[in-house]
Design a protein around this ligand. Structure first.
Ligand code: DGL
Length: 267
């Protein structure tokens, strides 16, 4: 029996940062990635809308016989994980919020943790709840940084415009006695801004993204070992803009994506 690919989805190219970590952890596994680029951003939409979009995206991946579903989007993980798991009890569904919160709790030296994400992720409180559960004494502050999504999708990772936005969002957190010791990049679009944030924040701040920890969780839930002897295949689906997906996505994934390899699908 051949096992299907691992399905991974996000609203756009952000989840490719998670796919990159998954490929590093499970090099022999086949993957199919779906970016719902026609409907991005998810982060400013209502929970009901994000849940509906997530169920449709997951359905498209299920029709490709995926053997596990990775919700590589914090926004969708925050509001749709339970609904997805209920709909497909036979397939492991893994989100990025719990692994990200667990990594923050483990790596923050004093438990003074800041979380940034989309409006929906911050409003929904999934990170706050997960951190409170895992490290009850932690102090958590949060902020929605929606413009970071647009900057990342535009490929403006370390530009003067990106720096001005980062200073506006994070400036007051980066100085003084009360500065957080860990910053959770609670949106899969944000890791591409790591160099910029690191430059502004300095070396002491622990930057946490959920990609590596999520890859560990996925490896644990797989019922078989995809092995490392062969290199797994990669399939890309998007709901709009193959050229754009390939151009910006290559930088998120860390390897070239050919636009002719991006299949446009309708959800
Ligand atoms: N990459 C998504 C996340 O992790 C959100 C981007 C969007 O707003 O669509 O939350």
């Amino acid at each position: 029996m051949t096992l299907g690919p691992i399905g991974v989805f996000d609203s756009g190219v952000g989840g490719l940062t998670v796919l990159r970590a998954l490929r590093a952890r499970l090099p022999g596994a086949d993957f199919v990635y779906l970016g719902d680029t026609a409907r991005l951003p998810y982060g400013t939409k209502s929970p009901d809308t994000v849940r509906r979009y997530a169920l449709q995206a997951a359905e498209a991946l299920r029709s490709r016989d995926v053997r596990a579903l990775v919700v590589a989007c914090n926004t969708a993980s925050g509001v749709a994980l339970e609904a997805l798991a209920e709909h497909w009890p036979d397939v492991p569904v893994v989100g990025v919020v719990e692994p990200g919160a667990a990594a923050a709790c483990r790596r923050s030296p004093t438990g003074n943790i800041a979380v940034i994400g989309t409006e929906s992720t911050i409003r929904g409180g999934a990170y706050q709840a997960a951190i409170a559960r895992l490290r009850p004494a932690a102090r958590v502050r949060v902020r929605a940084c929606s413009v970071f999504v647009a900057l990342a999708e535009e490929g403006w990772f370390d530009t003067p415009a990106a720096e001005a936005v980062a200073r506006a969002y994070l400036g007051d957190w980066l100085e003084g006695d009360d500065a957080p010791d860990a910053l959770v990049l609670g949106c899969t679009h944000f890791p591409v801004l790591t160099d910029l944030i690191r430059r502004l924040a300095g070396e002491a701040l622990v930057l946490v993204d959920s990609a590596t920890t999520t890859a560990e969780v996925v490896a644990d839930v797989l019922t078989d070992d995809p092995g490392t002897t062969s290199v797994g295949s990669l399939q890309f689906l998007a709901t709009d803009g193959a050229q754009r997906f390939a151009a910006v996505g290559s930088r998120f994934l860390g390897q070239p994506i050919d636009p002719t390899d991006v299949e446009i699908v309708d959800l």
